[in-house]
Design a binder for this molecule. Structure first.
Ligand code: SF4
Ligand SMILES: [Zn+2]
Length: 196
């Protein structure tokens, strides 16, 4: 996501690529997930998907790597991915063309995560923050496991497989927004905390 300061620069000095950014009209929060380390979050996956369809993704990614931008998703890459590429670039004295190759390799790695792929292909978020499953199946075979849409969304968003039944707690029983979902353990912990 292009930060406000960079947007100001964009109009003043370099109006070219930033004016085409797919994130300009979107909620910036999406590009700053609470956690971008460990298992990929649903939020990060969504931001990265928008980046990958953005016409200036490659320029944005190399810009963020060269500028050593610390936080957020740029050009479809989170900070850990950018740091990895930056270290490689220093070690091997990579020119910009070499950086582009590394960026594309990271994109390919993300897409190969089968959970991310199924989730991105089959879900859509509405303006209220709920996520709807538009895939027709009630369960999916993913890397040798059979998972429901709720289980897929929960695992991506919470970084672990759910324990027991996954339920939407937002009042929309069919919502699969990861942050609206709770598994049996979450509900038990919540009830336990309320009772204590
Ligand atoms: S690649 Fe992503 S962060 Fe960069 S301009 Fe496009 S949508 Fe925004
Ligand atoms: Zn919801």
């Amino acid at each position: 996501m292009i930060p406000t300061s960079a947007r100001a620069i964009s109009t003043a000095q370099t109006p070219d690529w930033r004016a085409q950014a797919a994130c300009l009209s979107r909620d910036p929060e999406l590009w700053f997930p609470r956690s971008s380390t460990g298992p990929v979050s649903v939020q990060a996956a969504e931001a990265k998907a928008i980046c990958r369809a953005c016409p200036v993704a490659l320029i944005c990614a190399t810009w963020a790597i060269e500028q050593r931008v610390q936080h957020g998703i740029y050009g479809g890459l989170d900070e850990t991915q950018r740091r990895t590429i930056a270290r490689k670039a220093t070690r091997h004295d990579l020119a910009r063309a070499g950086l582009a190759v590394e960026v594309r390799a990271e994109w390919a790695r993300d897409i190969r995560d089968p959970l991310v792929e199924v989730y991105l292909r089959s879900s859509v978020q509405d303006d209220g923050g709920h996520v709807w499953w538009r895939g027709r199946k009630t369960s999916y075979s993913v890397a040798g496991r059979v998972l429901t849409p709720g289980q897929i969304a929960y695992e991506l968003g919470h970084g672990r497989a759910p324990s027991g039944h996954v339920k939407a707690m937002c009042g929309q029983p069919f919502c699969v927004a990861a942050e609206h979902l709770a598994d049996g353990l979450d509900r038990w912990q919540r009830d336990h905390a309320t009772a204590a």
